[in-house]
Design a protein around this ligand. Structure first.
Ligand code: 13P
Length: 250
């Protein structure tokens, strides 16, 4: 029984990056070769860059992931990308249920759950995002909202699969604001309890990442909070130097 999951620090580039940006992946890979990280490290570039990023990262400590996938395996879904296509590009992970997709595209917990199943079928490791809005936090509902999202976004058959949960308070994303360390700890412990109740001992081995305005300056204190098993980093993952500042904070 493991209660010390290997931390995961993942960079979500969102809709940022052209071919030239892949120099950051090269820099990251080279740095981790000379000084290995204490965490698994992943970059999730836009879909257009996954295959090239995976080629650069091959044989290095950098893993590559997608940012979303369609729940269906194939079909008439113009513009969408299937989990198997992401895996076929050389990625090993995929972010699912990011709040920018939940709010921007009306993605429900049930849809996120179907996408998680699609990712698992394709052999991808899902990073499943949850998080409350500012209104929900102000109403004292942060923990209950997040526990409900975790419960409904995860399928039952995950106990023997590798996946992680990312707690990203919606109001902390891209805002420069972060919850207090006590608030982060409270939500992460609630997520851990939910995972243990649902998946037994296996729920203790799931990394629970924190995301939302993580920077080199605040990474050490956030990563030291109990049950914080890594970070999902947006803006500060676009430059290798900043992202390395977060990775080295562990
Ligand atoms: P920022 O780190 O830019 O706040 O974004 C967090 C995020 O949404 C990562 O998925």
């Amino acid at each position: 029984m493991s209660h010390t999951p290997t931390p995961l620090i993942a960079g979500n580039w969102k809709m940022n990056g052209l071919g030239a940006s892949l120099a950051e992946v090269t820099t990251l890979a080279e740095s981790l070769k000379s000084e290995p990280a204490k965490a698994r490290v992943a970059i999730c570039p836009p879909a257009t860059l996954i295959e090239r990023a995976a080629r650069i990262a091959r044989g290095s400590a950098v893993e590559v992931g997608g940012q979303d996938c369609r729940a269906e395996a194939a079909g008439a879904y113009t513009g969408d990308v299937a989990a198997e296509m992401i895996a076929d590009c050389g990625a090993g992970l995929v972010i699912l249920g990011h709040s920018e997709r939940r709010s921007g595209y009306g993605e429900s917990d049930a849809l996120v759950c179907a996408k998680v199943q699609a990712a698992i079928r394709a052999g991808l490791e899902p990073i499943v995002c949850v998080g409350e809005t500012l209104e929900e936090r102000r109403a004292g509902r942060a923990v209950s909202v997040v526990q409900s999202q975790v419960t409904l976004s995860l399928p039952d058959d995950l106990h023997d699969k590798r996946f992680s949960v990312a707690y990203e308070p919606v109001w902390a994303i891209g805002s420069g604001l972060t919850p207090s360390l006590a608030e982060i700890g409270e939500v992460h412990q609630a997520i851990r309890a939910t995972l243990l109740a649902r998946f037994g001992d296996a729920g203790g081995a799931v990394p629970i990442l924190y995301g939302g305005s993580v920077k080199p300056a605040n990474a050490a204190e956030i990563l030291a909070v109990q049950d914080v098993g890594g970070a999902l980093v947006g803006g500060a993952s676009l430059k290798a130097a900043d992202f390395l500042g977060i990775i080295r904070a562990l």
